[in-house]
Ligand binder design. Structure first.
Ligand code: RP5
Length: 177
């Protein structure tokens, strides 16, 4: 078992279907992680304890996803010096806009990096970039990922140039962007 470098924290098990994408991306980068459920509101002491122990246990970044009045990443950031990345999860009447605002509007001095609503994969890429800044093997994996992504776009652009827009959109095969 590898030492986890990233903590993925879900405010509820109902957030796990969104947060599993972060785990999938970290798997692709070969970055060990742990996944826990901890709510800023329902188990505040557990959440604070997790955040306080995170750096000492070797974590390098925390990804925290929650919906509604999503204070989870902010509370974690209040208790750790590690970078915290918030994932606003769509939930309830406001579909994640409430969570986005709750996460991004942190007071000066306690920043949380926030990705788009349900964009747990982007949170994992950002965590990999943070870790990669001081860890060349991870940085090289991030660079390979970005290069592969660029090649896919270039291939699509070349196909568009070859077929024209109508044939491109009507073709059978690998679909659109
Ligand atoms: C938030 O409330 C959780 O992060 C979740 O997104 C939402 C609903 O939680 P459950 O009632 O499904 O546990 O705190």
């Amino acid at each position: 078992m590898f030492q986890p470098l990233v903590g993925i924290v879900a405010g509820s098990d109902s957030d796990l279907p969104v947060m599993k994408e972060a785990a999938k991306v970290l798997d692709e980068f070969g970055i060990p992680y742990e996944v826990v459920i901890s709510s800023a509101h329902r188990v505040p002491d557990k959440t604070a304890g997790y955040a306080r122990s995170a750096a000492g246990r070797g974590l390098k970044a925390v990804i925290a996803g929650a919906g509604g009045a999503a204070h989870l990443p902010g509370v974690i950031a209040a208790h750790t010096s590690l970078p915290v990345i918030g994932v606003p999860v769509s939930y309830g009447a406001l579909n994640g806009v409430d969570a986005l605002y709750a996460m991004v509007q942190m007071p000066p001095g306690v920043p949380v990096a926030v990705v788009g609503i349900n964009q747990a994969g982007n949170a994992a890429i950002l965590a990999a970039q943070i870790i990669g800044a001081g860890h060349p093997p991870v940085r090289e994996k991030v660079e390979s990922f970005k290069a592969a992504q660029a090649r896919k776009v270039e291939a699509k652009d070349a196909l568009l140039a070859e077929l024209g827009i109508e044939a491109y959109l009507n073709r059978k095969g690998d679909g659109r962007f």
